[in-house]
Write a protein that binds this ligand. Structure first.
Ligand code: CUA
Length: 425
């Protein structure tokens, strides 16, 4: 039974279109994956900038090559067989010779994939063991995820404790010295998050009640973006972080400054009024400014108050950071913020939130302080970053917030608070 020539041609054109579409998709994916790193994409894993991410890349390259060879052989084989044994319209109703049950073939196509996977498995396990090896001599940082930002406790006085007197607590931005190993202990204060700086290493889950070791190292000074990669609630996508790798001496200077208590505002200044707003309003029951409201907070540099997670970001040296609110807004932005673009950097793909000095990874001139973005944030945080801040979650009969609520501050209070926050260098 032969089909009409027209139907044959339609079938051929359809098959051709399907093959063309698949080839196009693969070409685009390959372009995105292979060259993504050199086109300014912040979260590519294929542009390693440190030895740990490099070891992952070194593992991925041969695996990708093997997979590509297998892909070409299998797809080529299928194509060849489909063409060779196509319906020629001369079917004599004879059943072709069958290969089923041929022992040598069965052993061959069981053994070959098993050997390939075993080879890949050995190198994967070796890489994992290396990545998970503890580094006791490294800089020790406890990383904690919270809805919806990242906090960092540095064991700055090397006493094995992360939150003692000589230690440093900061949020959103992790400052590390270039070329030094940093040993992280990753944990969470509420739900499961996942810590990921793709240019520097793979992902590590942040699980409440557990501490997972992980390591970072950057080979050059610069800014490396990260993103929470475990769905953790409304603002999961707004839970970003960044690493600023700076020269060793600049890192030491940064640590020394962070160890200090907050700068005292000048008498009679707008900033001093802002400090009083901070103390008089709810701000001071969740945020710590070291040297200002330590007596109001429970536990080591933490607060047990109105948040499910317990603490809000430490603001002692707030103005030394380039970004705020989970690193989604620039505190020092290249462009002025507008209502449509509160981060003030929609069109800018250069350094995110440039606070000036060594923290920019080379460029020492800071961008202007992004006052409009900070004002908009204080006016109504849940509008700037989705959260359950207006509808408290009741935990043990107590209404608790996730994220920063709208405090109903007046414009005068907002101006005073912004003036104060800007002094917290
Ligand atoms: Cu934290 Cu997603």
């Amino acid at each position: 039974m032969s089909s009409s020539p027209v139907r044959k041609w339609i079938a051929r054109i359809l098959v051709g279109l399907v093959i063309f579409t698949i080839a196009l998709i693969f070409a685009l994916m390959t372009k995105e994956f292979i060259w993504g790193g050199s086109t300014g994409h912040e979260l590519t894993t294929l542009d390693p900038q440190g030895k740990f991410s490099q070891s992952i890349q070194t593992l991925v390259n041969p695996v990708f090559a093997i997979a590509a060879v297998v892909f070409v052989l299998v797809m080529g084989g299928i194509g060849f067989i489909a063409w060779k044994f196509r319906d020629r319209g001369d079917d004599d109703d004879q059943f072709p010779v069958q290969l089923h049950g041929k022992t040598s073939f069965e052993i061959g196509w069981t053994l070959l994939p098993a050997l390939i996977l075993a080879g890949v498995g050995v190198f994967t396990v070796l890489t994992l063991i290396d990545l998970n090896k503890p580094a006791p001599q490294a800089i020790q940082v406890q990383v904690y995820g919270q809805q919806w930002w990242w906090g960092f406790h540095y064991d700055a006085d090397h006493d094995g404790n992360f939150t003692g007197d000589g230690d440093v607590t900061t949020a959103t931005e992790l400052i590390i010295p270039v070329g030094r190993e940093v040993q992280l202990s990753v944990t969470s204060n509420d739900v499961i998050h996942s810590f990921w700086i793709p240019a520097l290493n793979g992902k590590r889950d942040a699980v409440p009640g557990q501490s997972h070791p992980w390591k970072l190292e950057a080979k050059t000074a610069g800014v490396y973006r990260g993103q929470c990669t475990e769905f953790c609630g409304l603002s999961h996508a707004n839970m970003r972080m960044l690493v600023r790798a700076v020269p060793e001496d600049e890192y030491e200077a940064w640590i020394a400054n962070q160890q200090k208590t907050a700068v005292e505002p000048a008498k009679g200044s707008q900033a001093e009024a802002g400090k009083n707003v901070f103390l008089g309003q709810l701000c001071s029951s969740c945020h710590l400014i070291n040297g200002v409201n330590n007596d109001k907070v429970e536990g080591p540099k933490g607060v047990k108050s109105q948040l499910v997670s317990g603490v809000a970001p430490d603001l002692t040296h707030f103005a030394t950071r380039g970004t705020f609110a989970g690193s989604i807004f620039n505190l020092y932005g290249p462009d002025p913020a507008t209502a449509d673009d509160p981060s003030g950097n929609a069109d800018d793909t250069s350094l995110p939130g440039n606070p000036g000095g060594a923290l920019t990874g080379g460029d020492s001139a800071p961008y202007p302080f992004n006052q409009p973005a900070l004002e908009a944030w204080l006016r109504n945080p849940p509008a700037m970053k989705p959260a359950y801040a207006t509808t408290p979650t009741v935990v043990d009969g107590v209404p608790l917030l996730r994220g920063m609520p709208n405090l109903g501050l007046s414009e005068t209070q907002i101006d005073q608070l912004v003036a104060y926050l800007e002094t917290l260098k």
